[in-house]
Design a protein around this ligand. Structure first.
Ligand code: AMP
Length: 306
C-alpha cells in the first residue's frame, strides 16, 4: 500500500510584506509530500522538473523517505516557475508569473513500483494530467483527493469538471469554491460542488480555517491564530498533504476520520506559513506536531452541553 502525490515541483519567487525571495523550491507536490511524510512512510511523488533543479533539492525528498522514482528530470529544459505577491492582509495574493516550462507537455510516468497505490493526492496541476494519472493506475485507489486552483478554472474548466467527477474529495479555497459554483454562499456552493461528483468537499479559508462538507453534514476547524505569518505559499498544499497523509496512516476513510485529518492538515499548514517556502516544514519533529495538535484541541474545546 502506498500514497502517491502528484503535482507541480517548482521554483517560486515570492513577495510578502515581510520580504522577497529569489527562486526557491516550491510546488504543490513538494509541499504536500513533505507534509504527508510526517504521518506516512510510503509517500511516492510523481512530477517533472528541468535540469535546473538541484540534486540537493531531490535529496530533501529522499531524506523524508519520499520515493522519487516517478519524478522525471528533463535535460535542457526549465522547471515550472511561479511568482506571487501577497497583499498586506496575507489572505489574498496576485499571481505575477506562471511559466509552465516542463509542465506544458508533461506526460506522467507511473513506475511499476507505484501500482500498489491506495491513496492518491492529485495536487495542483493541469486537470488533464490529473486525469491521466487516474487512468494509468491499474487498480482504483481507496481514496482520491484533488486540489486545484483558479488558474485551471480559467484555462481548463471543461477538463476540470470531467476530472472532478472521478474523485472522492475536492479541496479548494473559498474564492475558488465561489468561482466553480457561481454561488457566493459557501453552503450553497458546497451543494452544487458535491453534485458535480466528489463525496467530500473541503473549503480552505486561510486564516479563518477550513470547512468539511459531506452529504448534509458540515464540520469546521479554525486555523491557529499566529502572531506572525511570513509566507502563506504552499499552505493549501501542505494542508492537503497532512490531510491525506493522516488518512493513509489510519487507513480509514469516513467523515469522522476526515474531521481529525483536517485538523492535522491545518496543524501542518500553520507551520508552513511561519517561514518562507518549505523552510519550516522540512525540519519538524513529531513532538512539534503533537504540541501543535494540543493547541488546536485547546483552541476550540468547551464545556457546553446541549
Ligand atoms: P498554494 O499556496 O497552496 O496555493 O500553493 C502554492 C504553490 O503552487 C507554489 O509553490 C507554486 O509553485 C504552485 N503553483 C502555482 N500556480 C500553479 C499552477 N497553475 N499549477 C500548479 N502549481 C502551481
Amino acid at each position: 500500500m502506498s500514497l502517491i502525490i502528484i503535482g507541480s515541483v517548482a521554483f517560486d519567487a515570492i513577495e510578502t510584506p515581510f520580504g522577497k525571495t529569489d527562486k526557491i523550491v516550491g510546488g504543490a507536490a513538494t509541499y504536500a509530500s513533505l507534509a504527508a511524510s510526517y504521518f506516512y512512510n510510503k509517500v511516492k511523488i510523481v512530477g517533472v522538473v528541468g535540469d535546473d533543479f538541484h540534486q540537493e533539492d531531490i535529496d530533501t525528498f529522499t531524506k523524508h523517505g519520499i520515493d522519487t522514482e516517478g519524478l522525471q528530470i528533463k535535460a535542457g529544459e526549465k522547471s515550472f516557475f511561479w511568482s506571487g505577491k501577497y497583499h498586506n492582509d496575507m489572505n489574498s495574493r496576485d499571481t505575477l508569473i506562471t511559466e509552465l516550462n516542463v509542465l506544458a507537455d508533461f506526460d506522467p510516468i507511473i513506475p511499476e513500483s507505484y501500482q500498489d497505490c491506495e491513496y492518491l493526492m492529485l495536487g495542483n496541476l493541469s486537470p488533464q494530467v490529473q486525469q491521466t494519472i487516474i487512468k494509468r493506475l491499474k487498480n482504483k485507489p481507496k481514496l482520491i483527493v484533488l486540489d486545484t486552483m483558479n488558474f485551471w478554472m480559467d484555462v481548463a474548466m471543461e477538463d476540470l469538471l470531467e476530472t472532478i467527477k472521478l474523485v472522492d474529495v475536492l479541496t479548494i479555497n473559498d474564492e475558488e469554491a465561489r468561482q466553480l459554483s457561481g454561488e457566493y454562499s459557501l453552503v450553497k456552493a458546497s451543494k452544487k460542488i458535491l453534485a458535480m461528483g466528489p463525496k467530500y468537499l473541503i473549503i480552505k479559508k486561510g486564516e479563518h480555517g477550513a470547512l468539511l462538507f459531506h452529504e448534509d453534514k458540515i464540520f469546521s476547524t479554525p486555523a491557529l491564530p499566529l502572531a506572525e505569518v511570513f509566507d502563506p505559499t504552499g499552505a493549501g498544499d501542505t494542508f492537503a498533504g497532512g490531510f491525506i497523509g493522516y488518512l493513509a496512516k489510519t487507513d480509514t476513510v469516513n467523515f469522522e476520520t476526515m474531521k481529525n485529518a483536517i485538523i492535522y492538515g491545518s496543524a501542518l499548514a500553520s507551520f508552513c506559513v511561519e517561514k518562507f517556502g518549505t523552510e519550516k516544514i522540512i525540519n519538524l519533529t513529531q513532538q512539534d506536531i503533537t504540541s501543535r495538535i494540543k493547541e488546536f484541541i485547546a483552541l476550540s474545546a468547551h464545556t457546553i452541553e446541549a
